[in-house]
Design a protein around this ligand. Structure first.
Ligand SMILES: C[S@@+](CC[C@H](N)C(=O)[O-])C[C@H]1O[C@@H](n2cnc3c(N)ncnc32)[C@H](O)[C@@H]1O
Length: 273
């Protein structure tokens, strides 16, 4: 009996070769995620059911996805979604793709007292604000961004996920009163060479922050709050701790990511009377 389409394994093999040649770091994984999305199934279903064939519209979607990935477009922009902690966010080129290390910012904020008012500065897709509201519905979560495009994406995510977060267009914490600020601000040194996936596709306003990458963080540490958790770049931990201490945070802890690299600073001080 002739088969209706290409067996999954052959489809994956024939995509992995060009993705490897294009310089993708994880070509097989990328092919699996793209094929699962084209078929409308999970990656687990894809790899556990090897009898499945790829044919018709799904085959065409997969071919187009592989073509885009060969041009180094990130997988999350191609599938239009990205998992972050326990939620799935819709993402497109208007927002940074949420990263696993940013999950530590959410984790730090889980210790906040019940009912605390939290501002997520530079919310992008809404990742931190929405994950936090999902895990701590008692918190009063507001999120800001200077990019109206990003706020559109974040509002759409909040609606889709049914999470009650308020979004505000504005600089930093936009003058809002809060008990805590959480943030993954831009912190890349302007002019840095980035992987093509990042530099060619992700919004530059979400990435670059001046010659030493600290332009936004230098202003962010002035937030008048007793709790501040922020992500920063590789090798910036000493500078960030110094900035936080100068800004009168007397308790500063440095959080390492899964690779053991310091990527998040959590700063506390007595609440003003
Ligand atoms: C690194 S992205 C982080 C996005 C999201 N929080 C995440 O972790 O996926 C930084 C975000 O900060 C926003 N941004 C840059 N400068 C800002 C400022 N001065 N005030 C508020 N938001 C800012 C950018 O538009 C971008 O959406």
């Amino acid at each position: 009996m002739t088969r209706a389409g290409t067996p999954v394994r052959d489809a994956l093999d024939s995509a992995t070769i060009p993705l490897t040649a294009a310089g993708c770091d994880t070509p097989r994984l990328d092919a699996e995620v793209l094929l699962a999305a084209a078929l409308g199934i999970s990656r687990l279903e894809l790899i556990t059911d090897s009898r499945r064939d790829v044919a018709g519209p799904a085959a065409r979607v997969f071919m187009d996805s592989v073509r885009r990935r060969r041009e180094r477009e990130p997988v999350a922009y191609i599938t239009g979604r990205k998992g972050f902690r326990h939620i799935e966010l819709a993402v497109d080129r208007r927002v940074l793709i949420p990263r696993p290390e940013t999950e530590f910012v959410v984790e730090a904020a889980l210790s906040l007292p019940s009912g605390a008012r939290v501002v997520d500065v530079g919310t992008g897709s809404g990742a931190i604000a929405l994950a936090l509201k999902h895990e701590r519905p008692d918190l009063d979560v507001v999120a800001t961004d200077v990019s109206e495009d990003a706020l559109d994406v974040a509002r759409h995510n909040a609606l889709r996920l049914g999470l009650d977060v308020t979004f505000v267009a504005g600089d930093l914490w936009a003058g809002l009163e809060a008990d805590a600020v959480v943030s993954n601000p831009p912190y890349v040194e302007t002019g840095s060479r980035l992987m093509p996936d990042v530099g060619m596709f992700e919004p530059h306003g979400a990435l670059f922050a001046g010659e030493d990458g600290l332009d936004v963080i230098r202003r962010l540490v002035a937030a008048p709050v007793p709790f501040l958790a922020l992500e920063h770049g590789l090798g910036q931990a000493d500078a960030i701790e110094a900035l936080l201490r100068e800004a009168d945070f007397d308790d500063v802890s440095r959080v390492r990511d899964l690779a053991g690299i310091e990527r998040v600073a959590v700063a506390r001080r007595e609440a003003a009377a």
